[in-house]
Design a protein around this ligand. Structure first.
Ligand code: GTP
Ligand code: MG
Length: 262
């Protein structure tokens, strides 16, 4: 990146775009990000897509020194691609990383809204379900699954966020280190939930900013029943562990008060 100062007030920003079979989408999304916020860099994290996405990303990188490609050996899931991308960003000394889907669901034109909020926060969640946010072209069952999932997450974990499963986000690099992101094993949606959960428990300053989510127009979704089941199981597990820990802490406090009684 040439602009030494990066994005005003927050420093050097890397937008990580994980790709698997996004040959039709990778060029438009990279071009839109470059147009929307010229000072950021982009890392395409490709899992050796059979449709040649990685090669197209290489062409983009060859003609633009703000664009980079991380080639991974094969499909290992969204979470693993992000964890590798975060490690890459750390090695290169970026201050802020952004998660963004390749399929156009996350509008690069709204990126500056997330980055502006990073000035006063550690983590910024792009949120569909706050005033000003919206979802376009999703069938009713997808919306119901997403809204229902978020209600369940709020109940199970006690986190206040309206949209803990969204994948359009910005993190300060220092926070990813503090929450030990390299040990996150979740994939799919639960990857996003686990990062929010760890950041929340760590006491990070977390903002939700409204975004406009638009269903992909080209290419195939990688969403599956397994991804949904993984989220349900993991969230339930974290919720139970958090409740057990709270109960043990209460019992310990009670034991101490009673044992100091004369
Ligand atoms: N590198 C890599 N990227 C992935 C993998 N799985 C999904 N992605 C990318 O992650 C982003 C989100 O995946 P989508 O298939 O759009 O999943 P989704 O947005 O949850 O589902 P839809 O709303 O149906 O599109 C896209 O950019 C995908 O190309 C993977 O295993 N490896
Ligand atoms: Mg998508």
């Amino acid at each position: 990146m040439n602009d030494a100062e990066g994005y005003p007030g927050i420093g050097r920003v890397l937008v990580i775009i994980p790709t698997y079979d996004e040959a039709e989408n990778v060029r438009p999304i990279v071009e839109r990000v470059r147009r929307a916020v010229p000072s950021v860099d982009i890392l395409v994290a490709d899992d050796n897509s059979p449709d040649g996405t990685g090669g197209i990303a290489d062409q983009l990188a060859a003609s633009d020194d703000h664009v980079f490609v991380l080639h991974r050996p094969g499909k290992q899931g969204l979470g693993a691609a992000y964890v590798a991308g975060f490690g890459w960003a750390k090695d290169k000394g970026y201050d802020v990383v952004v998660e963004m889907d390749a399929d156009g669901s996350h509008a690069p034109e709204e990126l500056s809204r997330l980055l502006d909020a990073v000035r006063t926060h550690d983590v910024v969640l792009g949120t569909r379900y706050v005033p000003g946010g919206s979802v376009h072209n999703w069938p009713l069952h997808r919306l119901a699954l997403s809204r229902g999932g978020n209600i369940y997450i709020r109940m199970a974990l006690g986190m206040p966020f309206r949209d803990a499963t969204g994948g359009y986000r910005a993190y300060r690099m220092a926070v990813l280190d503090e929450i030990d992101v390299q040990t996150v094993a979740s994939q799919g949606y639960s990857f996003q939930v686990e990062l929010a959960w760890r950041a929340y428990r760590h006491g990070c300053r977390i903002a939700e900013v409204p975004i406009t989510f638009t269903e992909r127009e080209r290419g195939a979704s990688k969403m599956s029943g397994n991804i949904f089941r993984e989220q349900l199981l993991r969230v339930t597990g974290w919720g139970l562990v958090a409740r057990r820990d709270a109960l043990l802490a209460r019992l310990e406090r009670r034991r101490r008060t009673t044992s100091t009684w004369p």
